[in-house]
Design a protein around this ligand. Structure first.
Ligand SMILES: [Zn+2]
Length: 322
């Protein structure tokens, strides 16, 4: 049988898909930082995905009803494209690919399983935006540190009666197919054998609550990010296209620059530093003299920042020191 596994390990999430029914040898393995798949799902443009899904449904329907080979080719191509848009869609891809090969062996095109696949495909254009809204609501009421606070456990308990949400717009939890097995050398973990996109969303959300992980909108890019480290973090560490800087690094630099710009002691130090640096070129002092001075000057600046000497005293020192 084919399978689609998903599990968490430390700060990562791992997806394994076996479309060939190889049992234990997945043909796709992908790793992301924790919660990246769910957050990317939240940013999915349903207007882009819906026409692809409709065409896939159409083609599958034609293929199982009429054995239309062109429809099958179309179906495969579009499904491959969908799988490249988001990792969740690879589930459909893997299931359908397995079903196609099983169909030729069993000679049972149009079986109940084919009808079930068709039914699931039919429902997705409606379900996907609804899941996005329910996740959004779950963020607001349970996970968002700025609106719901730092205790997802307490917020989740408050918002559900058994597994039913009190707010009709909130995500509904269901039993999900979880197993438990070795996932890495020396380590066992719960593993989701997902049969639907819904299961993967469910598992991601409940894992945040269980692991006490809150989310926040990044101060730089405005996207959601999980607070897997410090709860005071304001900038995300989410993956960015190659060659771009991550928000956490941009944020650190911004804050440092801001702090320094507001810092009179630093300004005075920098002014004198620049002046004396020019002296090297003019031959008035040597490199070594300059570096010795700048080291002592930095120490004086630190003293000023800590309030041990006044701004005036620092400025006098900078001017008169040798
Ligand atoms: Zn960001």
């Amino acid at each position: 049988m084919w399978y689609a596994k998903m599990y968490f390990s430390e700060g990562r999430e791992i997806f394994q898909y076996d479309s060939l029914g190889m049992q234990g040898v997945p043909d796709v393995q992908k790793e992301f930082p924790f919660l990246e798949s769910l957050l990317a799902f939240q940013e999915l443009d349903c207007a882009e995905v819906t026409p692809i899904l409709q065409s896939i449904t159409d083609n599958w329907s034609r293929f199982i009803a009429e054995d239309d080979r062109d429809a099958l080719e179309n179906f495969k191509r579009k499904l491959g494209r969908l799988a490249s848009i988001h990792i969740y869609f690879r589930l459909l891809y893997v299931h359908c690919r397995y079903r196609q090969s099983a169909m030729y062996i069993q000679n049972d095109r149009g079986s109940a399983e084919d009808a079930q696949i068709l039914d699931e495909l039919h429902q997705l254009p409606e379900q996907l935006p609804r899941y996005q809204q329910q996740i959004q609501r779950f963020f607001e009421l349970v996970l968002n540190v700025d609106s719901a606070g730092r205790e997802p456990q307490a917020q989740a308990a408050k918002n559900y009666t058994y597994d039913m949400p009190k707010d009709p717009g909130l995500f509904c939890f269901h039993p999900i197919p979880l197993s438990f097995e070795p996932v890495e050398p020396g380590r066992c973990s719960p593993v989701l054998y997902s049969s639907s996109i819904r299961d993967m969303i469910d598992y991601s959300l409940r894992s945040c609550v269980e692991r006490n992980i809150t989310v926040r909108r990044c101060k730089n890019c405005g996207r959601w990010f999980p607070q897997t480290g410090r709860v005071s973090a304001e900038y995300c560490e989410r993956p960015v296209p190659k060659g771009q800087q991550r928000c956490r690094d941009i944020g650190a630099l911004k804050q440092w620059t801001l702090r320094q710009a507001n810092n009179d002691a630093f300004k005075a130090y920098r002014k004198e530093y620049k002046r004396r640096f020019a002296w090297i070129k003019a031959g008035r002092i040597t490199d070594q003299q300059f570096y010795d001075w700048s080291e002592r000057a930095r120490a004086e600046k630190d003293k000023c920042e800590q309030g041990l000497i006044s701004q005036k005293e620092l400025e006098v020192w900078l001017k008169e020191s040798k």
